[in-house]
Design a protein. Structure first.
Length: 216
């Protein structure tokens, strides 16, 4: 099986690169972040937040089982035909990052490698598919997670924003308790409504300004 994720993008002048690590069983995406290595390690310890930033995952449930295991179910919409999943995740901290193991499904693990870069730090996400035989993988091609590069791009945007605004407690509260539980489509709708509100307020202010300029 070849995991077809070969892409390179520039987002906000920060490189996001993704391609096959091994054409048979893995794919990776790398992104530069403005955080220090220690800050990025701390950020990545919140595994639920990391997964929720991925706009291609629609959560049904997320249940902590113990300090390093979680039960995670939902729908992956990165394929033309979306597919449902339910995993038990086991998270282990390793030298310079983390590894997330899945108890079932096509993908066997996701590795998060953190290292310094000229921008601050670099995060490399590697999805491994070596858990199944080649024959079994061929029958599960509809479960290949094609969201990897998209996820990396959204993570980069989030981390740039996090570095700017996380000093404000009200912003952290909003992102954790309001933004994070939203479905991806709800976030997009909220974003559009906020911009519509801003435009409407700007038009009202402009109208008031014109009125006072002409009649006062």
């Amino acid at each position: 099986m070849s995991v077809s994720i070969i892409m390179q993008e520039n987002i906000n002048n920060e490189d996001v690169v993704g391609e096959n690590v091994n054409r048979e069983d893995a794919a990776w995406a790398s992104l530069n972040t403005p955080l220090t290595v220690a800050e990025l390690m701390s950020f990545c310890r919140d595994i639920e937040r990391l997964f929720r930033i991925n706009p291609m995952l629609e959560f049904s449930s997320w249940k902590p089982l113990n300090d390093n295991q979680y039960l995670f179910s939902g729908k992956n919409i990165s394929q033309e035909v979306a597919f449902g999943f339910e995993y038990k995740l086991t998270v282990s901290e390793i030298m310079g990052g983390f590894i997330i193991n899945y108890d079932n499904g096509l993908k066997s693990s996701t590795t998060l490698k953190i290292e310094p870069s000229s921008h601050g730090s670099k995060l490399t996400i590697t999805d491994n598919y070596e858990g199944m035989s080649k024959e079994d993988r061929e029958t599960h091609l509809g479960e290949v997670d094609k969201s990897l590069v998209v996820w990396a791009g959204y993570l980069q945007q989030f981390l740039i924003t996090w570095q700017r605004w996380s000093v404000f407690g009200i912003w952290r509260w909003y992102m954790k308790y309001i933004w994070q539980p939203m479905k991806p489509i709800s976030r997009r709708i909220t974003y559009m409504l906020l911009w519509i509100t801003v435009v409407e307020l700007a038009l009202i202010v402009l109208g008031v300004g014109i009125y006072f300029a002409e009649y006062t």
